[in-house]
Design a protein around this ligand. Structure first.
Ligand SMILES: [Zn+2]
Ligand SMILES: [Zn+2]
Length: 391
């Protein structure tokens, strides 16, 4: 491990910041305290700070030397609607809200990098430190892009990082191409004709129709999609009826899909639509269908994934960096930034010890041991890409 000593020396300060953010979690677009904390620290360290991008987004800009190249390093600010189950001193004081995905740690690592680069950075050009709101649900990454993030802060590439429980401390994983899946949501409304449960022949039973629709949906991945194209279709809600002897008028079905290409998204949507209308027609029911493309797939560009992999190897050694991990079926709204700019997204191990909780679990906590590793990675990335050119 080659963490930078001056960064190791910041570990206590960074841990205090991380735990302060953890105690005060804020959800999508409500990250006012967190955004102010970030902006104030960046200002204290001498960066140019722009606040209020897409609501609570913050960008700190740091320029050195005469170079006119620029890169973006990105972290996320938001927490989740989860009641924390931990009992340690820095547990959430905001009822029903929790940093259960480690964005408190991501924000702190990027702050640490800003501080170190401001004080000791050896680079020429500009680093834009991007702190985005609302990664979890509402697409704060998209909102920042739509608010003109890269017009206001032009960069040649943008880089992201996420902690992964179950991966050992001091490890990274990254690959070119797909890292995380696209995420789409669907809603189905099936309308039949309600009536007495003893006389189903006088009704059109939407519950029976709905079960056939769900069954049909569950054959799309196995029977219709390309077998070499990973995809998931999960029905997660099925609502209908409120009495034991009444066939209801309608049922509502919802869920989500995960996939890696627009072609697969098109095929999923068209197949669901076809099965729904065909099954409903067969039984005399009618239907409504909405398919909402929420997050695109997170696709690392080849060159930037290679750079990030090399930087990770410099920090923790080649044996500790997996350069061909399997893509994850989860999703990430950093994908919107990667649609605009070349860049890459890396996973950093949060630890694999006993009891290490997966993200989004009420017992999860970001591992402060990895703060200096992540900060060193960011610093080396800026200093590698923007290395001073001797004249
Ligand atoms: Zn999350
Ligand atoms: Zn997350």
């Amino acid at each position: 491990m080659k963490t930078i000593p001056a960064i190791e020396a910041l570990t206590n300060d960074l841990t205090a910041i991380r735990r302060d953010i953890h105690r005060h979690p804020e959800i999508a677009f409500e990250e006012h305290r967190t955004a102010s904390l970030v902006a104030n620290k960046l200002r204290d360290w001498g960066l140019d700070v722009t606040e209020g991008i897409a609501g609570t987004g913050v960008v700190g800009s740091l320029s050195k030397g005469r170079g006119n190249r620029a890169i973006g390093l990105r972290a996320d600010l938001d927490a989740l609607r989860i009641q924390e189950a931990n009992s340690f001193a820095h547990k959430s004081v905001n009822d029903g809200k929790m940093h259960a995905c480690g964005h408190d740690g991501h924000t702190t690592m990027l702050l640490g990098a800003a501080r170190h680069l401001a004080e000791h950075g050896n680079f020429e050009g500009t680093v834009h430190f991007i702190f985005q709101p609302s990664e979890e649900n509402e697409g704060g990454g998209r909102a920042m892009v739509e608010a003109g993030l890269f017009d206001q802060f032009p960069v040649e590439a943008v880089y992201g990082m996420h902690n992964i429980p179950g991966m050992a401390v001091g490890t990274f994983a990254i690959r070119p191409g797909p890292m995380m899946a696209a995420f789409d949501m669907f809603d189905v409304l099936i309308t039949g004709r309600g009536g007495h449960a003893a006389s189903p022949h006088l009704t059109v039973d939407p519950i029976t129709v709905g079960t056939k629709v769900v069954e049909g949906f569950q054959s799309i991945v196995s029977r219709i999609l390309d077998t070499q194209e990973p995809a998931v279709l999960s029905v997660t809600q099925f609502h209908g009826g409120d009495a034991f002897n009444v066939i209801p008028n309608e049922v509502q079905i919802s869920g989500c899909t995960r996939s890696f290409s627009p072609r697969t998204q098109d095929r999923l949507e068209a197949s669901m639509r076809g099965i729904l209308s065909g099954v409903c027609a067969a039984y005399g029911a009618t239907s409504e269908f909405t398919y909402d493309r929420r997050y695109p797939p997170t696709i690392n560009s080849a060159n930037e994934a290679e750079i990030a992999g090399q930087v990770a190897v410099q920090v923790v050694g080649a044996k500790q960096v997996n350069l061909s991990p399997r893509p994850a079926m989860g999703s990430e709204d950093f994908a919107f930034m990667l649609q605009e700019k070349p860049g890459s997204y890396i996973w950093i191990g949060n630890g694999d010890g006993e009891g290490s909780c997966m993200v989004h679990n009420p017992g999860y906590d970001f591992n402060d041991e990895i703060l200096p590793i992540g900060v060193t990675y960011w610093v080396q990335m800026a200093e590698t890409i923007l290395a001073p050119v001797s004249s």
